[in-house]
Design a protein around this ligand. Structure first.
Ligand code: GLY
Length: 319
């Protein structure tokens, strides 16, 4: 049954692997990872599965891929530790579940889903979130298993900054690894988004970015669409980036126009940079970034599109 009243929907998924200055040595791996993520989600959507299950599948693939700043591959805070944030939101009910500052969870998106499904809360942080994970039997790993050589290299590079989070993604136009996310529309007209991140390199311990905050790093509403953001969390929070895009779409803008307008406003008002992916309730697609690169992939009508540079659009059949 179509739940947004618009008839059976043509499923769509869009994923991103973070807006930043993806270095050349990570280009191929990042692109392959984004494609695998979009494929995993579309396989679920194509066979009648839910948008929620699709975004979890998409984000899990990216969390397990060392090319991305989420799960395994998360960047390190100023003490050289991993602290991860994740969220999921259901556009039908507006229920959401998020976690922040969790440390030894292999797939934080699974924990976020459990917060949404099994608690009356929206966000659990730190020790409480880790304790909930233990109660739920969520897979934990020694933190060392989440730390990659790339994360250590970035840490060595950026810890010299007096304030890395302020300088990265801002005036300095230097960009570290960032966040993964997915938005999906399923055959039943339901919409969801999911995100996961290690945050920004050399952040202060306890710092929470935009990702697990509803309306900032993302939003999903069957009546409008879904958004997932990436980039400078402090800037994204200040302009409520995801919900700005939803509001622009409610005013009649396309997903693409809304994405561009909101990111340009963030640049102008707070000098912050990043990227977004958007799906409208009718399958309208938007993606835009103000960083040098953002890995993205989307599938619709059995066609897989992907790219990493501005205006790049590669296409192949989904099989
Ligand atoms: N965009 C992710 C963060 O700022 O933590």
């Amino acid at each position: 049954m179509a739940l947004n009243g618009a008839g059976p929907s043509n499923p769509v998924v869009i994923v991103h692997g973070g807006a930043w200055n993806v270095p050349d040595h990570l280009l191929e791996g990042s692109m392959n990872g984004a494609k695998a993520s979009a494929r995993a989600a579309y396989q679920i959507l194509k066979t009648g599965g839910s948008a929620l299950d699709a975004v979890v599948a998409a984000v899990r693939v990216l969390e397990d891929d060392v090319c991305f700043d989420a799960g395994t591959g998360s960047v390190l805070n100023s003490k050289g530790e991993v602290e991860m944030d994740a969220i999921i939101m259901d556009g039908e009910t507006l229920k959401a579940g998020g976690v922040a500052c969790v440390q030894n969870i292999k797939n934080p998106i699974d924990l976020a889903r459990l917060v949404m499904d099994e608690t009356e809360h929206v966000l659990l942080v730190g020790k409480g979130a880790n304790q909930f994970a233990e109660e739920m039997g969520v897979k934990t790993v020694p933190v060392s298993e989440l730390v990659t050589a790339e994360a250590m290299r970035e840490f060595a590079c950026y810890k010299q900054y007096g304030n890395a989070v302020e300088e990265l993604f801002g005036r300095k136009k230097d960009f570290s690894h960032d966040t993964v996310g997915a938005v999906a529309l399923d055959m039943h007209g339901n919409i969801a988004y999911g995100m996961s991140t290690g945050g920004i390199t050399a952040k202060r311990p306890g710092r929470v970015g935009d990702s697990p905050l509803v309306g900032n790093g993302g939003y999903a509403d069957n009546e409008v669409g879904a958004v997932s953001c990436t980039g400078h969390g402090e800037s994204i929070i200040k302009v409520c980036l995801a919900h700005s895009i939803i509001s622009y779409m409610e005013q009649g803008m396309t997903a693409q126009v809304a994405a561009e307008k909101a990111l340009m406003k963030m640049d102008k008002r707070v000098n912050g940079h990043g990227g977004v992916i958007v799906v409208g309730k009718n399958g309208d697609i938007g993606k835009f970034f103000t960083t040098p690169r953002m890995t993205w992939a989307w599938v619709k009508d059995n066609k897989l599109h992907y790219g990493i540079e501005d205006a790049e659009d590669n296409c192949e059949d989904f099989e």
